[in-house]
Design a binder for this molecule. Sequence first.
Ligand code: UDX
Length: 428
Amino acid sequence: MKATVMGTGYVGLTTGAMLAQFGHKITCIDIDERKIDQLNMGQVPFYEPGLDALVKKHLNKNLKFSTGLQSIVNSKVVICAVGTPPNQDGSPDMSYVLAVAQQLIPYLKRYKVIVIKSTVPVGTKKIIQDYLLSQGVHRSKFDIVSNPEFLREGTAIHDSFYPDRIVIGSDSQRAVSLTYSLYQQCECPVLITSNEGAEMIKYAANSFLATKISFINELADICEKYSVDIEEVARGIGYDKRIGLHFLKAGVGFGGSCLPKDLSGLIYLADKSGIDPKVLRSVSHINAERPYQVVNKLKNVLGSLENKKIAVWGLAFKPETDDMRFAPSIPIIKQLVEEKAKVYAFDPVAANNAKPLIPECVKISNDMYEIARDSDAVVIVTEWDLFKNADLSLLKKVMKYPVIIDGRNIFSPADMKLQGFNYYGTGR
Ligand code: UDX
């Protein structure tokens, strides 16, 4: 099938590459010329393991890139995968989605399915439909499908080829069938819902995941007070199938482009409808406090942080990505700087993206041991494998004091004690 994907971020590009692999003829469009030039040279503008290879494999065959809209003419399906970043009040910025709807108007002379993959609030399908009708587009020329994406950064390729489920929300059987035929090769449950149901499912999924994380983080604080290991507790409850083992890693809190944004989006929707979302608000509140707890822990160990040299290991909001959106490292570093610590930071891929987001006085280095030299403490913020496999005897040798604050529980407390570190994990 011929399809056009609007937006070449994580979702748009991964979806485009996957559909190309499935044998569809895909054109990915973006307004950013530099990005399109890069993609046409086979370069992915962000770090996502495996995506480069997949794009290169299909480039100029099943997969094309363009800033022009020409491919829409012959596309049966147009997939909207543009961003919906959060506004100040927590609501999503819908301007990019609406711009896509506007761009489609001249092309809706022949029937097309508009598949909305961007995360959008409940009611968006109706807003777009009403808008197109108000612009003189005939109702018979389009259907709108709400088809949320659940891929995670860092494992985007795997998540797209092997999704846990596919949600197709539409009131048109014809549109459902066309959308389904895009994904036919995925072996997973396919859920056909209303548009509004699909829109809500995405917010609900991410807010539930966020709730699991804030729950385990609160539990971690309680465990710490009673000298119980949160990792044991997480496993102990996680083997209960009703709870599940995933998303029970205590740490410095959730970041990234989706969980914080969708949680605020759902809170905003609830508020607007007159519901006070108490659970969701607590989830957000607990998460906002996590970075300060790391700094407080450090202060409890070292006393005043003034002029103390602190090495921060990890900047990206999670491993295997260079994404810094809502990364917990940002508030942690800002707080350390406020406490007048001398902050050094290292990340294997996110350093360049981090620079404009953290205070200029922070020295970013490309050597994780060098930043630890003569340091008073190392704070682990992102659980990169590189850190898990660190040469601990070298680390101990270069540090002034062997203090480790492990915000991601990547080491075993017993092993670290044996190695001679003053090790402080999270919730253990
Ligand atoms: C998330 C959703 O998982 C995905 O389905 C959706 O499509 C987009 O949003 P992503 O933001 O890429 O994906 O990352 P995810 O793996 O969900 O992690 C989000 C944050 O939660 C990270 O900061 C991570 O460190 C944190 N996290 C995750 C925890 O602190 N503990 C956990 O147990 C899991």
